[in-house]
Design a protein around this ligand. Structure first.
Ligand code: F6P
Length: 371
């Protein structure tokens, strides 16, 4: 019996999504004779039943393309903007899954998508997910596709900023994506040789960063690169937020068993980075400039490593569908891929342990981590 598979991409786009769609689709067609139906724009397209048949032609020539041929959105099944309101459209989604006679639905996404996928699994759908995000913050997998490409872009940016910072004797503060996780800022900061790296998981003291910059000046290097993750937070703010939480914990915080980095609203990232640059300027006497890499980090062609990872995960996903193994995310574990239960992934954020080997290495080469 021919199996019908739906596929969608949700959340922020990420290099490698098309490679993963191709991996799932070509493997399904070539090896198992399955039929693939793409849904446009994430869960919104599934709710509106906007489909695209992926029967071979559409899967060609997409391996190297950035973005997603399916389109994406951040809309959630249970809180979908409809007619100016946020409505629970889960039942409509379940209906469309059934009307399309799907045997399985593949959801490609980051942390939010894993949670939404679990909700649909709990409604009885055969769900299987792949981990994608440039933030590298999905739990239970060694890696997410998109991260390696973004790491290369951010590292290249730091390389370029070095020569201009050096020429003008300036501090350049470069803001790097990652939301609540510091993987991208840490990785690019190390690879690009940033002098200061600030990540959400290690609350910083501006004075400590400033002293590292002043020390460089004393050693005849009156310029510095500061790689700051968008969610980085000062010790004072961290302590103030902790205190506020103790007074009034949110339901998520009550449920959470481990210490989590504080959640800085996305709308505040840029102003906080500008403020940091001004503070460093005042404390060091060096002129400062800010570079916000933003969505550049998500654009363009995927790296070879991301194409490889996406293809590995995509083809393994099809094998699991063939075996009827659902309710899982296909994780990368060393050289192999492994299905992990959605329950073990959803709601978790893989942040940087403050004693992670990358942090240790950064410190060993003299990088200031803000503490
Ligand atoms: O989660 C991926 C990510 O790129 C984060 O690093 C960033 O904070 C966020 O998405 C930006 O989201 P948007 O696409 O809504 O601007």
């Amino acid at each position: 019996m021919t199996k019908y598979i739906g596929i969608l991409t949700a959340g922020g786009d990420s290099p490698g999504l098309n490679a993963a769609i191709r991996g799932v689709g070509k493997s399904a067609l070539n090896n198992y004779g399955m039929q693939i139906i793409g849904f446009r724009d994430g869960f919104r397209g599934l709710m509106e039943n906007r489909t695209i048949r992926l029967d071979g032609g559409e899967l060609s020539d997409i391996l190297t393309r950035g973005g997603t041929i399916l389109g994406t959105s951040r809309d959630k099944p249970h809180r979908m903007p409809v007619g100016g309101k946020l409505l629970d459209m889960t039942d409509v989604i379940v209906g469309n899954y059934q009307d399309n006679h799907l045997d399985a639905l593949v959801c490609l996404g980051g942390g939010g998508t894993q949670k939404n996928a679990l909700r649909l699994k709990e409604k009885g759908l055969n769900i299987i997910t792949l981990p994608k995000t440039i933030d590298n913050d999905v739990a239970m997998t060694d890696a997410t596709f998109g991260f390696d490409t973004a790491l290369g872009i951010a590292t290249d940016a730091i390389d370029r900023l070095h020569s201009t910072a050096h020429s003008h004797h300036r501090i350049i503060v470069v803001e790097i994506m990652g939301h609540r996780a510091g993987w991208l800022a840490l990785g690019a900061g190390i690879a690009g040789g940033a002098d200061v790296i600030l990540i959400p998981e290690i609350p910083y003291s501006v004075e400590s960063a400033a002293e590292a910059i002043r020390e460089r000046s004393r050693r005849g290097k009156p310029f510095s690169i500061v790689a700051v993750a968008e969610g980085a937070i000062s010790k004072q703010e961290h302590d103030a937020l902790l205190e506020a939480k103790k007074q009034k914990p949110s339901s998520r915080q009550k449920e959470s068993k481990k210490a989590e980095p504080e959640d800085i609203p996305e709308t505040q990232y840029a102003e906080r980075t500008l403020r940091l640059a001004k503070q460093l300027e005042k404390l060091t006497g060096l002129e400062s400039r800010v570079t916000i890499l933003g969505h550049l980090q998500r654009g363009g062609i995927p790296s070879a490593a991301d194409r490889l990872l996406a293809t590995r995960l995509g083809t393994a996903c099809t094998d699991l569908i063939h075996q009827g193994h659902y309710g899982v995310m296909v994780a990368a574990k060393g050289e192999i891929t492994k299905p992990v239960k959605l329950e073990d992934v959803a709601g978790q954020v893989k942040t940087v342990p403050p004693d992670h080997p990358w942090v240790v290495s950064a410190r060993r080469v003299g990088t200031n981590m803000g503490d």
